[in-house]
Design a protein around this ligand. Structure first.
Ligand SMILES: [Zn+2]
Length: 340
């Protein structure tokens, strides 16, 4: 009889630049990982084919390694998605021909395995809640600060989805009624001020107005690659305009954390994403201080703001948690063990 703890789920992490696939075991270990470029320029059908090829390749690798076959598939996809129907709706960074794609059904048909699909931030929250910074925690918020700002809400041990599966878009909280326009079209959202794309856009505008020679030089040198990392570097080099833009981002993030603490009474606010990882306590410190001074006393004394733990693997590791949440644990996936 096969070792039940070795029976896993195929996981797919579909992103705007890369597709990652692997087998994930019940304890969260990643086996037979693959990585390929997302063929955004080739259109929606090419992306679906690349996803199926990546998963099929992992399954072949498992067979070659004499590993037990996977029992299903868990997919982390860029939002917005319809998790019940397994549809990816109209994500902003997968090209114009990628909309209303029934990725779960297409993978199910190709591989003959049951498939669960959800938004990347929901999958990340499931992963952090089972194997990461929020392991064992029933009430927490997950925030990712990178190109955009995403979120997820876990309350009473359940991921909040709402009737359309779109709940938890914490990046689109209003933090400044008269603030800059968000990518979604509304003014003053957290994402417009605190995200990598928001910070880069504001820095480009400031450079265009001639407010900072250093930012103007960086915009010219880096071209399309100019990003929040350059703005953070300019702040470290003593540029006052860059410092103001980065400070606005930190303040907006802190203000959102105060509101979220009052609204959800979480035990933890788990913060992931490349910009948050790069900034570390420079981002989390002001949020902790603002909660202490600005949130209601009881929830403020309960909540802790912590960095996420699972890094780039979060979308893969969450695949098995999502699958088990959807299909239960009776599908041959073995008992819990500690993640190595
Ligand atoms: Zn928005």
């Amino acid at each position: 009889m096969a070792d039940r703890s070795a029976i896993g789920v195929l996981a797919l992490d579909l992103g705007g630049t890369q597709i990652r696939a692997a087998c994930v075991r019940p304890g969260g270990q990643i086996v037979a990982a693959r990585r390929s470029r997302t063929p955004v320029a080739d259109g929606g059908e090419a992306i679906v084919s690349a996803c199926i090829a990546a998963l099929g390749g992992v399954r072949e690798d498992l067979a070659r390694l004499s590993q037990p076959p996977p029992v299903g598939v868990g997919i982390s996809a860029p939002g917005p998605v319809d998790p019940r129907r397994g549809l990816i709706l109209d994500p902003p960074n997968l090209g114009r021909t990628f909309h209303d794609i029934p990725l779960a059904a297409r993978v199910e048909e190709a591989l003959g395995l049951p498939v669960a699909l959800d938004r990347d931030t929901q999958v990340a929250a499931l992963a952090e809640g089972r194997f990461g910074a929020a392991a064992g925690c029933e009430d927490f918020l997950y925030l990712t600060v990178s190109t955009g700002v995403g979120g997820a809400i876990v309350s009473g041990g359940r991921l909040l989805r709402g009737p359309d599966g779109t709940a938890g878009e914490l990046g689109h909280l209003v933090v400044d009624l008269h603030g800059p326009q968000c990518g979604c079209g509304m003014p003053g959202h957290l994402e417009a001020i605190a995200s990598g794309s928001g910070i880069a856009r504001r820095a480009r505008e400031a450079a265009g107005r001639g407010e900072s020679g250093l930012l103007a030089d960086l915009v010219r040198e880096r071209g399309a690659a100019f990003g929040a990392r350059d703005v953070a570097g300019a702040e470290d080099a003593g540029d006052a305009v860059a410092a103001r833009i980065m400070d606005d981002g930190r303040e907006a993030f802190a203000a959102a954390c105060v509101s979220l603490t009052d609204v959800f009474n979480p035990t933890l606010i788990v913060v992931g994403g490349s910009l948050a990882t790069g900034q570390g306590d420079r981002l989390l410190g002001p949020a902790r201080a603002a909660i202490e001074h600005g949130a209601f006393r009881r929830p403020a004394s309960r909540v802790t703001v912590v960095p996420a733990m699972l890094g780039d693997d979060v979308g893969l590791v969450g695949g098995i948690v999502l699958f088990r949440e959807r299909f239960g644990e009776a599908d041959g996936v073995g008992a819990e063990e500690t993640r190595a």
